[in-house]
Write a protein that binds this ligand. Structure first.
Ligand code: SAH
Length: 441
């Protein structure tokens, strides 16, 4: 619970309405937004809405005063690093790793095939390696990085949720979901998250540390194994999709995330040989990260967790909006589409009387259409609620009107399903429960 500061902190509003810079002044204060977007926002807003609920209407969990404000964190509180693992490196790096440890570099191909094709780290299954030294080799290449603590299954065995314990005792989650035509894995890239979004269970934890590339890749290997062995819904299937929508903010752990993406898409035996199109990177909207990803020219899907089309609400709902406002964020998302041809997903958790009004759907459509047509797809998802709080899912008539308004303005929209609600499926819920059970806090 390290994320709350009292009034007067680095995030407090300044007299001119802008926000004081974040710790260390890491980002220049340039979030002004284009005039026409501001005008659209101004015109869309109703004069008075007695039903409007704001995030600040309720003190955040753990706050010692009602006007406490969330604090963004980019630096992990823990610096511990997991041991190096074969999946941290590309093929050349693996050869180097083996050479330095006194093994012949050509073993890198064999070890890679075991890991990325046969999905195993067990030396007993590596009969092509010399019996003497096989164990040592496997120990060097595949130190155990993740250990299963909990596995839960729901939706008639079609959804599995895993809680993994890492080498230092930290815990992260992944969720594996089977659909008629695909299987999708939702993975974590950080222990906790420093983005402090008040509706998100992970956002309440603060950032403990970044995951290494191999810790991210391990989540994928284990899920591919489950699919291949027919443990997800009865018969074998193929893991086709990976979404960075578990714990953490991918743009804060950019290097390790990019390394993991490269391992996922590299041809076997260097990687799993997955299609980049099946991978989704979801972000709260760190614009420099989006720009960097655009330059990589890897056609992964970019998802933006927008959740509000107007800065007034988004400033409270997604604290990083104080740095990168809606205009600048949508510009970066649109440029991503132009560079990659990949349609951008706009994520929008529908929260009762907070962001689910038809006027906000209309404003969102106008902002998207102002940039171009057919470049973005909106995915509203009913909020996974926190019982007894202002954080409640929209009612179904409001959801329907929201979708209808977007569609009438030509925006393709798909309500996301809420898989795994019965198994604490939402981001950070299982890890929070596990920690509470262990520590009583
Ligand atoms: N940090 C990244 C990825 C992790 S969260 C991001 O924010 O995009 C993955 C998605 O789940 C985000 O769109 C996030 O806003 C959403 N989410 C978090 N808590 C939620 C909740 N209680 N109900 C519905 N969606 C939620």
């Amino acid at each position: 619970m390290a994320k709350l500061a009292q009034p007067g902190s680095a995030q407090k509003r300044q007299k001119d309405g802008s926000r004081a810079s974040l710790k260390g002044g890491r980002f220049a204060d340039k979030a002004s937004g284009s005039t026409s977007d501001k005008e659209l926002m101004r015109r869309a807003k109703p004069r008075r809405d007695p039903w409007q609920v704001m995030p600040t209407d309720q003190a955040p969990e753990g706050a010692s005063s009602p006007d406490a404000r969330p604090v963004l964190r980019f630096q992990a509180t823990k610096r511990s690093k997991p041991p190096a693992h074969l999946a941290d490196f590309d093929l050349a790096g693996r050869k180097q790793m083996l050479k330095e440890a006194g093994f012949p570099p050509f073993r890198a191909d064999q070890l890679s095939r075991h890991y990325f094709t046969h999905l195993t780290t067990d030396p007993h299954q590596m009969s092509d390696l010399p019996a003497t030294g096989r164990e040592k080799l496997a120990e060097l290449a595949f130190p155990q990085l993740v250990q299963q603590v909990v596995e839960r299954s729901g939706d008639q065995g079609m959804t599995h949720k895993y809680l993994w314990r890492l080498f230092d005792g930290a815990e992260v989650e992944s969720v594996l979901m089977r659909y008629p035509s695909r299987a999708t894995l939702c993975i974590s890239c950080e222990v906790g998250c420093g983005m402090a979004c008040p509706f998100c269970a992970t956002g309440q934890m603060g950032l403990t540390r970044n995951l290494s590339t191999a810790e991210i890749v391990e989540q994928v290997r284990l899920a591919r194994k489950v699919c291949q062995e027919g443990e997800l819904g009865g018969d074998p299937c193929h893991l086709s999709n990976v979404v960075f929508m578990g714990m953490g903010e991918p743009m804060v752990n950019y290097r390790a995330v990019l390394g993991a993406i490269r391992r996922l898409i590299a041809e076997p035996p260097e990687g799993f040989g997955m299609s980049a199109r099946g991978i989704t990177v979801s972000t709260v909207g760190l614009v420099p990260g989006i720009r960097k990803l655009t330059e990589e020219k890897i056609p992964v899907t970019l998802a933006i967790s927008l959740h509000a089309p107007d800065d007034e609400l988004r400033d409270e709902l997604i604290p990083i909006n104080s740095r990168f406002q809606v205009s600048e964020l949508l510009d970066a998302a649109y440029d991503y589409f132009k560079a990659t041809g990949r349609r951008v997903s706009i994520e929008y958790a529908l929260i009762k009387n907070m962001n689910d009004q038809a006027w906000r759907a209309g404003l969102l459509a106008d902002l998207l259409n102002a940039r171009g047509h057919g470049w973005a797809h909106v995915n509203p998802i009913p909020l996974n609620p926190t019982p007894g709080s202002i954080w409640t899912a929209s009612e179904s008539h409001a959801q329907a009107e929201f979708v209808d308004t977007l569609e009438r303005k030509g925006i393709t929209t798909t309500i996301r399903d809420t898989r795994g609600q019965d198994i604490d499926g939402a981001c950070g819920q299982l890890a929070t429960k596990s920690r509470k059970e262990r520590t009583g806090k």
